[in-house]
Design a protein around this ligand. Structure first.
Ligand code: URA
Length: 430
């Protein structure tokens, strides 16, 4: 294979052959193809696109660059493209496991505006979110669910390519995004994949059209690779639920799992995502799977699965409760006029949470586990003058809280009247 000829071919807009894609990625993984040629191919793909067959070949080549897991039992996983306050995995994964579908979930750390599930779980003292693949397999086998970060053994080609894409302006390409997301999910080995593709102010995909195109491409790619798959395109204009941060998001997920809050558009979405996983993995009608998920959430079995996973990964929920009881520096904001909350800008809330220390701007940044924003209202709520809107919180001192509070206030759009909020689910690809 001559790399330059492949670059010429893609630059001219021709489809690459299966062997060309496989050999290019294998050469890159072995270090024989230098970063500049890989970056050039990424740019050519960005500009010229790829056919569904090429995308499937690229996905397979990246998947095969590392270790691939295989499971003897019915397995499913959910992937979210990332949202603000998106702690849904903490509810959805144990819920699906409580319904008898094993959930091997390799997850990520946060970078930029949206937090990572691993960072949230690591606010539980002792929780190990960096298991070896062998330990991960053990926990999935023993408990039925494990959430840990992807190790270096899985899709090394994606890790290296993503670092190049990040600095060469080549992230925004559907074939590259699909190959990146799917190669990891296929290597993880889940038989059924459910994608929650977010769209709106707080999401990677800003428009519904872009999100739907990505959702279709992910489902088509997963099916082409022999997996069962479905996707939901969901609204990410307002934060999901009340908490945006890390420990506060875990506390909110625990409240849902323990039945302390039973209603909300975020809970409806959790049920739907878990039901899709169960229905695909177990070949059950979706209505049955939905009812089963509602029952397992209400009877505490989803909570029991979460607690068992936390214990198996070294976490201590009592120590987490003690951490949440420790004092922090807080600042509350209130409505300055009466009306109805028409919108809460997820991106603005995320930026405030990030400024308080809840996220990372660069991979090496340290997170303040207690930093974040906890909303007092959701879209649609009626408020009076002086009604609480949100609390800002951080543990390192009061500096910056007041300025951040002024920014946070701008995220709320309060109007005399506003329409009833609609379901978060905008589109289904099933
Ligand atoms: N998430 C990924 O894992 N890869 C992408 O390319 C984009 C989002």
């Amino acid at each position: 294979m001559i790399a330059k000829l492949i670059l010429d071919k893609k630059r001219e807009g021709h489809a690459l052959g299966t062997a060309e894609i496989r050999d290019f990625i294998a050469g890159f993984t072995r270090g024989e193809i230098p970063d500049y040629q890989m970056s050039a191919l990424a740019m050519a793909i960005c500009c010229r696109g790829m056919t569904a067959r090429e995308t499937a070949d690229l996905t397979a080549a990246m998947k095969e660059s590392g270790r691939c897991l295989d499971w003897p039992m019915a397995t499913a996983d959910k992937h979210s493209t990332g949202g603000v306050g998106d702690k849904l995995s903490l509810v959805v994964q144990p819920l699906a496991a409580a319904c008898g579908t094993a959930v091997p979930s390799l997850t990520g750390r946060g970078l930029g505006l949206t937090g990572g599930t691993a960072d949230k779980l690591e606010t539980i003292p002792g929780y190990c979110a960096s298991l070896s693949l062998d330990a991960f397999q053990q926990v999935v086998g023993d408990v039925g669910v494990s959430m840990t970060v992807q190790t270096d053994e899985i899709t090394p080609a994606d890790r290296r390519l993503y670092a190049l894409r990040d600095v060469t302006g080549t992230v925004a390409s559907i074939p590259l995004i699909v190959a990146s997301i799917l190669s990891k999910k296929l290597a993880e080995g889940a038989h059924a994949l459910v994608f929650d593709v977010k769209c709106g102010a707080g999401a990677f995909m800003k428009t519904r059209e872009e999100a739907a195109a990505l959702a279709h491409a992910l489902v088509d790619g997963a099916r082409a690779a022999g997996r069962k798959a479905a996707a939901l395109v969901t609204d990410m204009n307002a934060p999901l639920g009340f908490a945006v941060g890390n420990a506060n998001e875990v506390a909110e997920a625990l409240a849902i799992l323990r039945g302390a809050r039973t209603e909300g558009r975020d809970i409806d979405l959790c049920i739907e995502l878990a039901a899709l996983m169960v229905s695909l993995a177990q070949d059950r009608p979706l209505d049955d799977a939905r009812q089963m998920c509602r029952d397992r959430l209400a009877d505490g079995r989803a909570y029991a699965k979460f607690a068992a996973m936390v214990a198996a990964q070294g976490g201590d929920l009592e120590a987490f409760a003690a951490r949440m009881a420790q004092p922090t520096f807080k600042f509350r904001i209130q409505a300055m006029k009466a009306g109805r909350v028409a919108a809460i800008d997820a991106e603005k809330v995320a930026r405030v949470a990030l400024s308080l220390g809840a996220g990372r701007l660069t991979a090496g940044d340290r997170i303040d586990p207690r930093a974040g924003v906890t909303l007092a209202v959701q879209v649609g709520a009626r408020v009076g003058t002086g009604s609480p809107l949100a609390t800002l919180e951080k543990s390192s001192g009061p500096d910056g809280l007041e300025k951040a509070a002024a920014e946070l206030y701008k995220a709320f759009d309060i109007r005399p009247e506003a329409a009833e909020p609609e379901s978060l689910i905008l589109e289904r690809i099933a």
